[in-house]
Design a protein around this ligand. Structure first.
Ligand SMILES: C[S@@+](CC[C@H](N)C(=O)[O-])C[C@H]1O[C@@H](n2cnc3c(N)ncnc32)[C@H](O)[C@@H]1O
Length: 260
């Protein structure tokens, strides 16, 4: 995939055609009974009264964040995702680009995004925009997929899926390679946590096989190839029983320091 690939067009079409697919997978992706959505929401102080969920999709994190006395704004580019979010919960669902937020400087207590940092690019511009809208003392927390801490056994299943797809899932932005730490330099934000957790999605039926393969960004893979992979995975489940797909997630928390 070379530089000129139209990621904006790919993402717009993907989310137009499959709104909510990310939530359908991540809401069943579990570690110790909790989802990556809950893990992300826990990074926000109960005292935060105005919280923004960037690239909110169908609104899963915004719903986790809802509490008495707090306003949560869900912001996304895709109308279809926002429509689903509005169906699932009353709330403030706003169509906007995360790189040009319709919010005043230093107006927000906390910003979160689940998977937003791997699609909103460049990451540094996103950090700069988040730093602009955060109040001093405010926090930006995000979750994103990562390679570690998967074990060889966990990786075996993912590698077999990738082998059938003949392509790895891709994102517009780097996940591990350049790292978020470099992108933070000079933005005024300071890292306070970088944690990793292993989650599992259980594929127990042909419908689950279809769901997990449909949720992957695979710009280089034909639908015929996806279909064959779904069939292979569904047959494996039918013959051997449920298949656990491991998904490692990273939670990064950064602070905009309070003024002295
Ligand atoms: C991987 S999905 C994550 C959705 C949701 N946060 C979740 O985890 O279920 C990425 C989302 O980012 C949105 N998106 C992509 N580029 C964006 C941008 N520049 N500004 C706002 N949202 C964007 C897409 O429309 C999509 O809903």
């Amino acid at each position: 995939m070379r530089g000129e690939f139209d990621w904006a067009g790919y993402l717009a079409a993907f989310h137009q055609n499959r709104p909510g697919v990310m939530e359908s997978v991540l809401s069943r992706t579990l570690a110790g009974g909790h989802t990556p959505y809950r893990w992300l929401a826990r990074a926000v102080s109960p005292r935060a009264s105005l919280v923004v969920d960037l690239a909110c999709g169908s609104g899963a994190v915004a719903r986790e964040l809802a509490r008495e006395g707090r306003t949560v704004l869900g912001i996304d580019l895709a109308e279809s995702e926002l429509a689903l979010a509005a169906e699932r919960a009353a709330g403030l669902w706003i169509r906007a680009d995360a790189l040009r937020l319709p919010l005043a400087d230093e107006s927000v207590d906390a910003v979160v995004t689940s998977m937003g940092t791997v699609v909103i690019q460049p990451a540094r511009d996103l950090f700069v925009e988040v730093a602009r809208v955060l109040k001093p003392g405010g926090v930006f927390a995000f979750t994103a997929p990562t390679a570690l801490p998967l074990r060889p056994k966990d990786l075996a299943t993912s590698l077999r899926i990738v082998g059938h797809l003949r392509s790895r899932p891709k994102f517009p932005g780097p996940t591990e390679v350049t790292g978020y730490v470099d992108a933070l330099a000079g933005t005024g934000l300071r890292k306070v946590e970088d944690a990793r957790e292993r989650y599992h999605f259980e594929v127990a039926s042909a419908a689950d096989a279809e769901l997990i393969v449909s949720a992957l960004y695979l710009p280089a893979t034909s639908w015929k190839r996806r279909r064959r992979t779904i069939t292979w995975l569904a047959e494996r489940v039918a013959s051997d029983g449920p298949v656990s797909v491991s998904i490692a997630m990273r939670r990064f928390v950064v602070l905009k320091p309070a003024r002295a």
